[in-house]
Design a protein around this ligand. Structure first.
Ligand SMILES: *[C@@H]1O[C@H](CO)[C@@H](O)[C@H](O)[C@H]1NC(C)=O
Ligand SMILES: *[C@@H]1O[C@H](CO)[C@@H](O)[C@H](O)[C@H]1NC(C)=O
Ligand SMILES: *[C@@H]1O[C@H](CO)[C@@H](O)[C@H](O)[C@H]1NC(C)=O
Ligand SMILES: *[C@@H]1O[C@H](CO)[C@@H](O)[C@H](O)[C@H]1NC(C)=O
Ligand SMILES: *[C@@H]1O[C@H](CO)[C@@H](O)[C@H](O)[C@H]1NC(C)=O
Ligand SMILES: *[C@@H]1O[C@H](CO)[C@@H](O)[C@H](O)[C@H]1NC(C)=O
Ligand SMILES: *[C@@H]1O[C@H](CO)[C@@H](O)[C@H](O)[C@H]1NC(C)=O
Ligand SMILES: *[C@@H]1O[C@H](CO)[C@@H](O)[C@H](O)[C@H]1NC(C)=O
Ligand SMILES: *[C@@H]1O[C@H](CO)[C@@H](O)[C@H](O)[C@H]1NC(C)=O
Ligand SMILES: *[C@@H]1O[C@H](CO)[C@@H](O)[C@H](O)[C@H]1NC(C)=O
Ligand SMILES: *[C@@H]1O[C@H](CO)[C@@H](O)[C@H](O)[C@H]1NC(C)=O
Ligand SMILES: *[C@@H]1O[C@H](CO)[C@@H](O)[C@H](O)[C@H]1NC(C)=O
Length: 460
């Protein structure tokens, strides 16, 4: 009979386990730190949820090549016993092939690594089956990758990692189709030295790397993404760039580019997102841009562009984001209210000679620019004496694009009304409070918010 209580206890335990597993959905933190390595204080190591040692490895006919496991361990990379089963988005994410008897690593992501992670040539040689490597927030020292690894590598990502890189180091990754380096300083004479040898490149991001020099004269025609934003690139935008007929995203913002926007920009048929913002580009917006059918995002802000804003922009069906602020555009804005409402972002401010037609857009739009006079010149910024006798009905445009506000006299009266309303309601509130305290002390105890049924509820 001594069995019964323990059985009951077991039953209780297991039902508690079921309940707790119901209330805590299965955790994804499957990484278990390898025993050979003490977890560092710096690593945001996942809460220890050790698997039962008897748990069979769910989906793998074979495990990772022991040589590769040892290599990972020698790099002091915290890794689970079976890295092939680690799901992505944990501290160390991996992907493996399905070869037998041992699987091999195909992809490795190191994020937020601790200080004791250090790359070694021997270990990387063992890991040369990798085709994808990502370093995210891993400020460790780079070493020269073994040629077996660079030959297999298709995708290389380095964000705020590997301390310092050189153009020559990156240029060895000749077989990559996807190159992303961001927030790492790159020492190189220019992007060309890095990109010229990468014949299979589809997507390149070298952003916020303090890269100097000029834009490449020749690029591979299969490029779909170029992001060279946030560097110190100078000179003109080469005409050859507009030959990249597969280019979807082009971001050259925050550099020191000058000269004009090439008139052949319209040849970029596939272009969706274009940012040339924060450079020193001059001249006008090329007419050919009208021929780019899918343009969604156009950012030309903070340059020295001039001329009038072309009317064709209003006919770009996909456009959602338009930034033309901080330039020298002049004349009457050629947009109607329908178009302006369709945009998610419109920035036009700080173009001192640009203005909008009040009889088309109404007097209450907030575009960050002045209304025009009858000659198409900006009226002086609206002041208090601005006579707003034409009470335009089109006040629907209230997107907060800018900080320029149209001050109308109607604000005066409405402020008085608001003040009176607040005063009146406080008096009512006071009366209610006094009444409830005096005649219903038991309600007064409940606090000043109590009011008796039948009383008029103060309307806030
Ligand atoms: C899993 O990891 C995430 C981020 O790494 C952390 O915020 C979360 O608390 C962890 N959950 C458990 C159950 O360990
Ligand atoms: C193992 O996972 C792969 C993909 O990750 C899947 O295709 C396969 O069906 C799985 N095998 C088993 C036995 O679950
Ligand atoms: C890395 O650390 C950052 C901030 O400390 C955190 O937001 C991020 O989720 C971490 N990433 C991983 C994969 O643990
Ligand atoms: C690129 O890959 C091919 C085929 O995989 C290989 O023959 C070649 O050596 C690689 N190139 C470099 C520079 O590693
Ligand atoms: C780029 O240079 C600036 C100024 O010298 C420096 O503050 C910044 O940290 C550098 N950026 C990188 C990614 O090294
Ligand atoms: C571009 O890609 C196609 C197929 O995707 C390929 O046949 C062609 O060789 C590539 N061109 C270059 C210059 O890499
Ligand atoms: C271009 O790059 C800048 C800085 O890296 C970023 O803020 C911006 O969102 C990017 N724009 C586009 C269109 O990708
Ligand atoms: C553009 O910049 C280069 C050097 O950065 C300078 O030599 C050239 O004169 C500039 N061109 C214009 C039109 O400002
Ligand atoms: C492209 O532009 C759209 C619209 O502004 C934006 O939602 C999207 O994130 C941008 N994509 C890239 C890669 O910059
Ligand atoms: C625009 O600026 C260029 C020089 O950058 C000048 O030659 C041209 O006359 C200007 N055009 C207009 C319409 O102001
Ligand atoms: C606004 O402009 C668009 C594009 O040119 C046009 O289709 C639409 O009819 C115009 N709307 C009004 C109210 O004029
Ligand atoms: C503003 O629009 C009205 C009506 O379309 C037009 O008659 C007038 O000439 C325009 N004013 C300017 C300065 O373009």
């Amino acid at each position: 009979m001594a069995l019964k209580p323990s059985l009951l206890y077991l039953l209780l335990l297991s039902s508690a386990a079921v309940i707790s597993s119901l209330s805590h959905p299965p955790t994804t933190n499957v990484t278990t730190i390898s025993p050979t390595h003490s977890p560092s204080a710096h690593t945001p190591s996942p809460a220890p949820t050790p698997k039962k040692p008897t748990t069979p490895i769910s989906n793998s006919t074979s495990t990772l090549d022991p040589k590769q496991l040892r290599a990972l361990q020698s790099l002091n990379i915290p890794i689970s016993k079976d890295p092939c089963s680690v799901r992505p988005h944990v501290f160390t994410a991996t992907a493996c092939d399905s070869s037998k008897p041992f699987r091999h690593l195909l992809s490795l992501t190191l994020s937020n690594c601790s200080d004791d992670v250090a790359l070694s040539l021997t270990a990387l040689k063992s890991l040369s089956t990798l085709n994808t490597i990502q370093f995210i927030n891993c400020p460790i020292s780079p070493i020269r990758f073994p040629s077996e690894l660079t030959s297999n590598l298709r995708s290389f990502t380095c964000i705020n990692s590997l301390n310092k890189l050189t153009g020559i180091w990156l240029s060895r990754l000749q077989n990559v189709s996807d190159l992303t380096v961001s927030r790492v300083s790159i020492t190189a004479s220019g992007p060309s030295i890095i990109l010229n040898s990468m014949k299979f490149l589809h997507s390149v991001t070298l952003s916020h790397t303090n890269l100097t020099g000029y834009l490449p004269k020749h690029c591979h025609s299969n490029l779909t993404t170029i992001d060279l934003s946030g560097n110190n690139l100078k000179g003109k935008i080469p005409l050859s760039l507009t030959h990249l007929e597969n280019l979807v995203h082009l971001n050259l913002s925050s550099n020191s580019l000058n000269g004009t926007i090439p008139t052949t920009f319209g040849d970029l048929n596939a272009l969706q997102n274009l940012s040339l913002a924060s450079n020193s580009l001059s001249g006008s917006i090329p007419e050919s841009l009208a021929a780019v059918p899918g343009l969604m995002h156009l950012d030309l802000g903070s340059n020295k562009l001039n001329g009038t804003i072309p009317k064709f922009i209003q006919d770009m069906k996909k456009l959602k984001y338009l930034n033309l602020e901080k330039n020298s555009f002049h004349g009457v804005l050629p947009f109607n209210a329908t178009f302006i409402k369709r945009l998610e972002v419109l920035k036009l401010g700080e173009n001192s000679n640009l203005c909008y037609n009040q009889s088309i857009l109404g007097s209450k739009v907030k575009l960050g620019i002045s209304p025009c006079d009858k000659h198409g010149l900006p009226l002086s910024p609206p002041s208090a004496k601005d006579s707003s006798d034409d009470d335009s009905s089109d006040s629907s445009n209230d997107e907060d694009y800018s900080n320029v506000e149209e001050k109308h006299h109607s604000h005066g009266p409405s402020k008085i009304v608001l003040g009176v309303a607040i005063g009146l309601s406080s008096i009512i509130f006071l009366i209610v409070f006094l009444f409830s305290n005096r005649f219903a002390p038991e309600m007064g105890k409940m606090g000043s918010v109590g009011y008796m049924p039948g009383q008029i509820k103060p309307d806030f």
